[in-house]
Design a protein around this ligand. Structure first.
Ligand code: AMP
Length: 460
């Protein structure tokens, strides 16, 4: 099938030709005809399948056929994304595919000054791509309204839930007008996501391109058992031995990511980290450098990296194994995108074996076991020293101030409310907004306060 068979309007076909896209991907083949008819859609698809174009192209087609002035302080189309990076990427796709149309596209997310966004939205915009927290801030400040939305897209719904966005999403659902077209995408569709979908969708057509938890095809998946303390040495060898164009290295925690970068720096290897403690500027710089090939290694935590589409990622290295099997699928989906082959290498420590088991069960794939390399002991003995932590903040000044404020409050709270239940604000979202979202209680009580040091630092 070719794009010209789908009945898309001329400016869109022209933009696709400019991008040299001739054939729609499976999700595009299934979704575009349904969406062109104006129906609601529930799509199960991972990133890398072409799902952005699957919702962007028919929406642009709708705009081409139904020109209208933009509503004041409002938008005609709203796309919700869990992270800033993904929001920026989706907006870019709209600009690319809509380049022969006169449409306005704006992003709305935290970590950048709100004033600029207020100004950009004041006259109304055709397409807004937003993360939920900042969107609601703007609505609460009466700087923006979603009451005129004609097309609504919720992307990466399962990640939204993981990030604790359920309450913001429910609020958004209540504010949207009836009679709009709704699109809902998720990589997985467990019961609670279905329930969420039901709040947005109206008699949707369901399309699915990858059965739940199917590991990306074409990714060669290897693993090595290694002590946690010796993973840096193994990483050093792997980076030397593998033919790497571009690699994403995953850690479970933000500090873990910083430690890996410091180690690599000490070894004279350039790498950037991307995670929730980095300022928006740092994240954008890191991602751009990686995209442009200025730096070959990007060390990332799961949430910061999900949805990010960088072509030419030859390797995904799981420096630490994710404790949720789905996350593994998302990680390795960063490589082997759009037809390329990829390699995923996992470093499995003893205490990570249960996670590995869960991954192999969920994906029904046995990872190829590789022994430690021959020169491993020598590499451990001669391990380069990590670079000293940078004097400057790995956090932005605002984040530092918030953290200091949080620590002060925590200490005050410790004095006053021993044993009081933990007000579990959502931990730093990694993806964007620094607001408390779900009030899911974790363990409560004084014991839970280790995390609260960070959490209470996030003011409303
Ligand atoms: P997505 O799943 O939306 O993140 O898209 C994954 C990648 O595939 C992006 O780099 C897209 O630009 C690219 N892509 C999307 N649709 C097509 C297509 N029909 N032909 C070739 N590449 C595509």
């Amino acid at each position: 099938m070719e794009f010209t068979d789908l009945g898309l309007s001329e400016p869109i076909l022209k933009a696709l030709a400019a991008k040299k896209y001739a054939n729609p991907t499976p999700i595009q083949q299934k979704a575009i005809p349904v969406l062109l008819e104006g129906k609601d859609l529930c799509g199960i698809a991972q990133t890398g399948t072409g799902k952005t174009a699957a919702f962007a192209l028919p929406s642009l087609d709708y705009f081409a056929r139904n020109p209208k002035p933009t509503p004041i302080k409002g938008c005609r189309m709203l796309v919700l994304s869990p992270t800033r990076e993904l929001a920026a990427q989706i907006a870019q796709s709209f600009r690319d595919y809509g380049r022969f149309m006169r449409l306005s596209v704006e992003t709305v997310f935290g970590g950048v000054p709100i004033g600029k966004q207020i100004r950009a939205l004041s006259a109304g915009v055709d397409i807004v791509v937003a993360t939920p927290g900042r969107l609601l801030d703007l609505i609460d400040q009466r700087a923006f309204t979603i009451k005129d939305t004609e097309i609504f897209v919720l992307d990466e719904a399962d990640q939204m839930m993981d990030m604790g966005f359920i309450h913001p999403l429910r609020r958004v659902a209540k504010m949207l007008p009836t009679g709009r077209q709704n699109l809902f995408f998720s990589a997985t569709m467990p019961k609670e996501i279905e329930a969420l979908a039901a709040q947005f969708l109206n008699n949707p057509v369901k399309v699915s391109v990858a059965p739940q938890s199917t590991t990306a095809e074409r990714v060669r998946q290897r693993m090595t058992f290694v002590n946690q303390a010796e993973k840096q040495a193994l990483l050093h060898i792997v980076l030397k031995n593998e033919d790497i164009d571009r690699a994403l290295i995953f850690t479970r925690t933000k500090h873990g990511a910083d430690r890996v970068v410091r180690f690599l720096e000490g070894a004279g290897i350039d790498a950037f980290a991307i995670h929730g403690n980095k300022s928006q500027g740092q994240r954008t710089t890191a991602l751009q450098a990686f995209r442009q090939g200025k730096v070959k290694l990007l060390v990332a935590t799961d949430i910061a990296a999900r949805g990010i589409d960088v072509s030419g990622v030859s390797h995904v290295i799981n420096f630490e194994i994710p404790n949720v099997a789905e996350q593994y699928v998302h990680r390795i989906g960063r490589t082997a995108r759009a037809g390329a082959d990829g390699i995923a290498i996992s470093f499995v420590a003893d205490d990570e074996r249960p996670y590995l088991k869960a991954i192999e069960k969920a994906t029904r794939v046995k990872l190829e076991i590789e022994p430690l390399p021959e020169n491993f002991l020598e590499a451990v003995r001669n391990l380069p020293k990590p670079a000293a932590p940078k004097k400057g903040p790995s956090q932005s000044p605002q984040q530092q101030a918030k953290r200091a404020e949080g620590q002060r409050r925590y200490q005050d709270g410790q004095k006053q409310q021993r044993g009081a239940p933990d007000r579990a604000h959502r931990a730093d979202s990694e993806g964007g907004e620094k607001r408390p979202f779900n009030r899911r209680r974790k363990s409560g009580g004084v014991g839970a306060h280790k995390g609260a040091v960070q959490r209470t630092g996030a003011p409303r």
